[in-house]
Design a protein around this ligand. Structure first.
Ligand code: NDP
Length: 441
């Protein structure tokens, strides 16, 4: 029975986990008796607040801010902030719920949370973004702390926003601590944190391919998005000898048959991070590439309807619908590694599992980002900075370990090769056991 039926994305995320953990509940009657399902799906705390800010013309705007502190059984709340006009409580709760199990898989001591606002940073000046971030932190600061809740970036929240948020937190608290991750390098950030989600998603893909004696060398790849995750994912695919054919944003996508090489990737990084332009400009610069604007009347996304070996969705939730799922399967894609959170609708995810594709859900494949955030917290606590190679090696090791954990959990519950079930079971068991150890709190 649902208390909040309008929270669609939250229900979708919960239903997926609940379907996977049925065998766990059957094997452990204590879980039912202790109502672990009811406890794990109810956030420990939901904070919702007004964010008033002034634009460059002196006009006042009001946005809504959120922080969902979902679960602190295995560590302080940890998870990103999303600034996007689509943000609502259901989306933040879905992201916080996923984050609990993802963080559990990383092997680090982090609970789960998520936050954000329906503020749209697109088209805003730096000064407007700064004023918004300061207004947002003017409320959030009283709820977070380096041992309580440590936010980070997500869609619409990158290095610029983390800087403004951190500055305001420091001013209000008068203390310099690792309260946010994704900080810039010269004031507490970690090497490899910007790269970590994209790199980790590719490391996970490489682990899955290795189970079939294969590598990414020579593989063609479809990538969606062109933000933080998509950019560094493309870089790592190139490092491992693969070829990226597509990138997108919310206006459309580009297809480059010759592949997006390092020079073209540098163009995209400048376009998206510095000029904050649209991906369509890629096809104006590289004339062999084809730009297809988004057609809202189409029942599928043509980006997913090209022949390729691998697919890496790195934009947003539910971006692969059932038709897209069928197209990917029919076009012979053999691997899907999710850089985004919950990018495949349940019917598409079921199809990938049914066809025994190498299919990694976001909570396993994209956990490298939060894992390196955990490493950033460790470095901040020690007042140390580890070299790039050391953080990258730790990231690789963590992705290897998450892969093994998923495989082992799948095997012990009779769902071999099913990474969705493996990730859900392993993440769930660790968290609920910690909750039971700590009693009814
Ligand atoms: P960015 O804001 O850097 O980039 C997001 C990209 O996705 C942009 O190209 C954006 O296009 C596109 N996009 C966003 N929303 C939509 C939409 N509704 N429809 C179509 N395209 C959209 O975010 P990130 O790269 O950080 O995040 C991408 C995904 O990865 C998200 O699902 C996020 O939750 C997930 N993730 C991110 C982590 C991180 O470390 N950053 C960690 C783990 C997961 P446009 O510019 O037009 O908006």
């Amino acid at each position: 029975k649902s208390k909040d039926p309008e929270q669609r994305e939250f229900h979708q995320a919960v239903e997926e986990v609940m379907a996977s953990v049925q065998p766990v509940l059957e094997r452990n009657p204590e879980y039912r008796q202790q109502a672990v399902l009811a406890r794990v799906t109810e956030p420990e705390r939901v904070i919702m607040f007004r964010v008033p800010w002034m634009d460059d013309d002196g006009q006042v705007h009001v946005n809504r801010g959120f922080r969902v502190e979902m679960n602190s059984a295995i560590g302080p709340y940890k998870g990103g902030l999303r600034f996007h006009p689509s943000v609502n409580i259901g989306i933040i709760k879905f992201l916080a719920f996923e984050q609990v199990f993802k963080n559990s898989l990383t092997t680090l001591a982090m609970g789960g949370g998520k936050g954000g606002s329906d503020f749209n940073p697109k088209g805003k000046s730096d000064a407007e973004v700064m004023r918004f971030c300061q207004a947002f932190m003017a409320e959030l600061f009283r709820h977070i702390g380096p041992n309580t809740d440590i936010p980070a970036g997500d869609i619409g929240v990158g290095a610029r926003e983390i800087g403004f948020l951190f500055g305001m937190y420091k001013k209000l608290r008068n203390e310099f601590t690792g309260v946010l991750t994704g900080k810039s390098l010269n004031w507490g950030g970690s090497l490899i944190r910007p790269e970590a989600t994209g790199y980790g998603t590719v490391y996970f893909a490489a682990e899955m391919l290795a189970t079939r004696g294969e590598t990414l060398e020579g593989k063609t790849c479809l990538v969606s998005g062109s933000g933080n995750v998509a950019q560094f994912l493309t870089e790592k695919v190139l490092d491992l000898g693969g070829k990226v054919l597509t990138l997108s944003d919310s206006s459309g996508y580009i297809y480059d048959e010759e592949g997006i090489d390092r020079e073209k990737l540098a163009f995209v990084q400048h376009l998206k991070n510095i000029r904050r332009g649209r991906i369509g400009e890629y096809a104006e610069t590289y004339r062999n590439a084809v730009y297809t604007p988004l057609d809202p009347l189409l029942d599928h996304n043509p980006l997913w309807n090209h022949t390729a070996d691998c697919a890496f969705p790195c934009a947003t939730q539910n971006e692969i619908n059932e038709v897209d799922g069928k197209n990917l399967v029919n076009n012979g894609v053999q691997l899907i590694s999710e850089g985004a959170n919950m990018p495949s609708v349940p019917a598409a995810a079921d199809l990938f599992v049914e066809h025994r594709l190498l299919y990694a859900p976001g909570k396993a494949a994209n956990a490298g980002g939060v894992a390196v955030s955990g490493l950033e917290m460790a470095q901040n606590s020690m007042r140390l900075s580890w070299p790039r190679g050391e953080v990258d090696d730790r990231l690789k090791q963590i992705m290897h370990s998450i892969h093994k954990t998923c495989v082992d959990a799948g095997e012990s519950y009779g769902v071999q090769g099913n990474y969705v079930a493996g990730a859900n079971i392993a993440g769930f068991v660790k968290v609920v056991n910690a909750m039971l150890d700590q009693g009814l709190v």
